[in-house]
Write a protein that binds this ligand. Structure first.
Ligand code: ZN
Length: 463
């Protein structure tokens, strides 16, 4: 078995597009599949960039990581949430085990601020900007800026109606990321190479309604009808170049941290909590407003929530939160009642919507840090959670953080190539990426490791 591995991470790459709808137009991705093991890759709950990539590369679930989203509670105060950084990631990713091998890591979230690595690292899309120290070693930064000009971490304002601008920015981001990866592959010795490309995610959020005929806002013949496939084709062509540079002795993996699907609308979760008497405000600002800009009557508030692709619901517990009111002995009763009510919310037409509200301890083998009391996935991810208030009802079809037509989907993509026992595989989980890499490199993982080796499973099966 060869021990050099190239992992190409496409944030949000969607299996129904890569394996089905556009497969004929993506020769390199389809070629890798033909000669390899592939399938839909089940993401973490929640299926969000952070913690999903971290789970993929550590083999640990979000509860073990103590990272439940982009932003996490740092204590039980009402001060809101703090953004995830590399410093919060205490479990070892694959490259931290590869002490005698050289690793190159580009764009892994969360990797800012950069941590030392046996090799080189460029930080992720959560990097404040090119003025910050975004590489390890530090002097790699000068080389990258000298060669590529301004380094693009992300398209910052991707929730915009200026679609011409957005399209150009996403293409620029993807092109540069792949060029940087190619340059690093060509100019360095490496045993493990991992690059994460964010453009696919931004493309989905910005352009989904233009190419998905089932989207409620789809308009036939719109000027961005082909933007989606054009972007995937560009990435596919770069994948072809990276495979060539990597050479025949390299195992190639192409993976995504989650998929994407059309967004039907949003549930104004805090409005629901208010209507049901769980959340009380002392004053209501005008128009649409954020919960943090309202004066909350904490003494009379039982629960409040954060919005996003999923919702986090927090219970105001006496002795835990500063002005907690739910007694410890009533906690489970209140939580069960919330689960029942939230899961029972019908859609705007009165139909059941298949919402799930999870207790963290039910979905993770251990729960570290400060988890939400409930993790809510609305309408099988066809609906997002809207944290703002001031809407007419609990249903909204405009996103409170700007135009966004896609939500995340629970499954991303997995391709491992080449492998002689090629073909589609079911039941793949995001932690299996680490499981497979650890197997390839002969690593014994530490702690609550969840991943299994896909290669070992395939090879152990009877013909
Ligand atoms: Zn993502």
């Amino acid at each position: 078995m060869n021990k050099r591995v190239l992992v190409i991470g496409l944030d949000c790459a969607e299996p129904s597009l890569v394996f089905d709808k556009w497969a004929d137009q993506l020769p390199h991705l389809s070629g890798l599949r033909k000669e390899g093991i592939w399938g839909r890759l089940e993401s973490t709950i929640p299926p969000i960039t952070i913690p999903a990539w971290a789970s993929m590369m550590t083999g640990k679930l979000p509860g073990t990581l103590g990272i439940y989203g982009f932003r996490n509670r740092k204590d039980y105060s009402y001060d809101g949430l703090s953004f995830a950084t590399s410093l919060m990631l205490r479990e070892k990713p694959v490259w931290d085990y590869l002490k005698d091998k050289k690793s190159i890591v580009i764009g892994f979230p969360p990797s800012y601020p950069p941590k030392p690595i046996n090799g080189e690292l460029i930080t992720c899309f959560l990097t404040p900007g090119v003025d910050s120290n975004f590489t390890y070693p530090e002097d790699l930064k000068g080389e990258i800026l000298g060669r590529f000009g301004e380094y693009l971490f992300d398209v910052r304002n991707f929730r915009t109606n200026d679609k011409m601008w957005l399209r150009d920015e996403i293409f620029k981001l993807g092109k540069q990321r792949m060029e940087v990866a190619k340059y690093m592959m060509e100019t360095r010795d490496w045993d493990f190479f991992f690059v994460v490309e964010m453009g696919v995610d931004r493309l989905h959020h910005g352009f989904w309604k233009f190419f998905d005929k089932e989207h409620r806002k789809y308009e036939p013949g719109n000027p961005f009808e082909d933007t989606g496939i054009e972007y995937y084709k560009m990435i596919d062509s770069y994948i072809g170049e990276l495979i060539d540079v990597a050479g025949d002795d390299t195992m190639i993996m192409v993976v995504s941290d989650h998929g994407a699907k059309r967004m039907e609308g949003g549930i104004v979760i805090n409005r629901f909590l208010m209507d049901e008497g769980y959340l009380r405000l002392k004053s209501h600002p005008e128009g649409i407003y954020k919960l943090k800009d309202a004066e909350i009557d904490w003494e009379n508030t039982t629960a409040w929530a954060e919005g996003g692709y999923y919702s986090r619901v927090f219970i105001n517990v006496k002795g835990r939160e500063p002005n907690g009111r739910v007694l410890e002995e009533d906690y489970e009763k209140v939580r069960n009642e919330l689960i029942e009510k939230i899961e029972g919310i019908p859609d705007h037409n009165g139909n059941p919507m298949n919402t799930r509200a999870y207790r963290p301890e039910d979905i993770y083998p251990e729960v570290k840090g400060i988890p939400p009391d409930l993790i809510v996935i609305f309408g099988d991810l066809y609906w997002r959670a809207v944290g703002s208030l001031g809407f007419e009802s609990i249903y909204t079809f405009e996103n409170d953080t700007g135009p966004d037509d896609a939500n995340h989907a629970q499954h991303g993509i997995f391709i491992l190539s080449p492998h002689e026992k090629n073909g589609e595989r079911k039941g793949l989980h995001i932690t299996d990426v680490a499981g497979t890499l650890f197997d390839v490199y002969g690593i014994e993982p530490e702690g609550k490791f969840m991943g299994k080796s896909v290669i070992r499973e395939v090879e152990n099966e009877q013909e």
